[in-house]
Design a protein around this ligand. Sequence first.
Ligand code: NAD
Length: 265
Amino acid sequence: MKPRLTVIGAAGRMGRRIVAMASESGQFEIVAAIDRQGHPDMGKDAGFLAGVATLKVPLTDTCPTDADVAIDFSLPEAIDNTLRQCLENSLSLVLGTTGLNREQRTAVETAAKTIPIVHATNMSVGMNVLFSLVGKVAAMLGEDYDIEIVEEHHRLKKDAPSGTALTLAEKICEATKRDFAGCLIHGRSGKDALRQKGTIGMHAVRAGDITGIHSVIYGTAGETITLNHTAHSRDMFVRGALRAALWLAGRQPGLYAMTDVLGIE
Ligand code: NAD
């Protein structure tokens, strides 16, 4: 039987692609398309909004009780409601929303004791391979290589730095035993902004319609290595999210990463 899917943030850029690609895949039954109360497209057909065939699923602000799995690409302020609705209705959850604060991440961890959740700041295969590489490269290069992360996104992105850039930094910190909270330098300006050894520079560019570019720069006297990931469209995030939603069927409660879904370390 096809998993019954609820899409949260269904009127957004990611949500519309989730609806479109889930419906085109034929692997899901879309039972609900949810967005914030008062959204101007409330009541319109989710398929129409996504630019595909009509689905007879109107955009709503209420979670149905008959779904199996929810995919949430919305905003951090939606998370309490998403978790409550998933817990009340025993839904699995694929959570792609970035910019969650510590409290919200703890709430996700708590909910994962009861329902299975895949939470990933980036659902693409390529980026998850990069996640597993950046720490190893940092550890192999050693202390004499300065590390800077540059992320570039479209002008409408709200959170900065991107969740993906923070995950890249976390992976480097884990592998090199840096203190994540203490070593990030966000942007750099002023007359006393000399680079401090061991820090990781973090830079957020916002311009036009860039889907997402992440570069990790390792530099020392004499050479620079740059690992770069460029997203050409949102579709590979969506493919990852749909793969995660299928993978969740029948899983035990727990907080899973995209590397679990993809089977990579
Ligand atoms: P967007 O602003 O286009 O869409 C967000 C949607 O969420 C909007 O339609 C908005 O009305 C809706 N929303 C706001 N509050 C809500 C609520 N309380 N309940 C339900 N819906 C609500 O943003 P986007 O570009 O689609 O990105 C959405 C999120 O996904 C962001 O956090 C972004 O960083 C993240 N993202 C993650 C990945 C990944 O691979 N994990 C990839 C791309 C984007």
